[in-house]
Design a protein around this ligand. Sequence first.
Ligand code: NAD
Length: 408
Amino acid sequence: MNSGSNHSQSKKKVLVLGGDGFCGWPTSLHLSNVGHEVIVVDNLSRRNIDNELEAESLTPIQPMGTRLKAWEEVSGKKIGFYNVDLAEEYEEFLNVLETEKPDTIVHFAEQRSAPYSMKSPKHKRYTVNNNLNATHNVLCAIVESGLDIHLVHLGTMGVYGYGTAGMKIPEGYLDVEVKTESGERVEQQILYPTNPGSVYHMTKTQDQLLFQYYNKNDGVRVTDLHQGIVWGTNTAETNMDERLINRFDYDGDYGTVLNRFLMQAAVGYPITVHGTGGQTRAFIHIQDTVRCIELAIDNAPGLEERVMIFNQMTETHRVNDLAKLVSEMASGEIAYVSNPRKEAPENDLHVKNDLFLSKGLNPTTLDTGLLQEVTEIAQKYAYRADYSKIPATSTWTKEQQPGIPEAK
Ligand code: NAD
């Protein structure tokens, strides 16, 4: 596994918003390990959602205090922590900025499940209020603090709606030619048009406009990372001590495809493919997520530079091909169930990812060894799984059927 560099270009003070989550926790550890001073800000809402859904991480994640103590014992490095709700506690967050004066903020702190965002009007409204207020509050507080802070945000490839009319999705901007009134042809670059597939994805498309506006109006320096679906669970740092273990979501709302397939195969549950499995998705291993964030911090845009948009993914795969791969590897059975999403049954996806490659990313691609490693983790903690939480029960419209395999 490519664990990335051992030290970063220059030591920075970094706030990791959402640093208790699936991507945020291993990122916090990695940034601390490569020499940055790291402070986590998180309201632990994801742990409350576990309580609401009665579906816990498959892996036994430890409380924040235990995590931070374990990291200090293992590495000799301290990570700070503030429990602040970014959507609701603006003054508290501003106070954190004025006290800590960070160089960089990494923003993971949003409700990130598409199925959860579609469960009910309450969940739709929560996702919109939480995600848009959190992002806007962060931008507004950066401006009010008067500090020159580089904001690195985690966006998603899903803003493009997984349909690209055959072209490669560029890194954020599209070259267009428009005809003026006098008939002259003028070239322009615009944000690549979005086509969100859920309320969650819709909030991510709106984040983009907030960044564009605050960059234009206040000169806030922003890097927006359009990330593919993250798979895997451990990184070099989370592997250093059992108490540092990362989350592993397997339930119908938060379990993402591939990790969900690997878990299902590991515990002998049918691998549930939604619809025909003809959907193509972009993927990235969690080890590369943390490395990409490190690279984004080291390569901050300059003053006056527009928002930098990177596609943070390393490969694309058709869902059905992944199901077959996992099924062959782990001798699991595939169950085709109705697709709870409203989307085309099949799509192609072509994505440019030249920017991270040019900055030194050495991609970890899907190899059987790594897939096996995830399966072994799932088998190790299979005793913690509640199989009744595996099916996707949240549907995009009232008429659709949940993705539950037929009982035998
Ligand atoms: P996660 O739910 O595991 O982590 C998000 C963290 O943010 C949680 O710890 C939660 O408690 C915190 N949070 C949420 N709202 C908050 C608020 N108002 N104030 C303070 N903290 C808050 O999610 P993740 O999988 O780690 O995803 C992180 C980011 O990466 C998300 O923005 C998501 O859109 C993006 N992303 C994730 C994936 C993936 O496959 N996991 C793929 C593409 C993009």
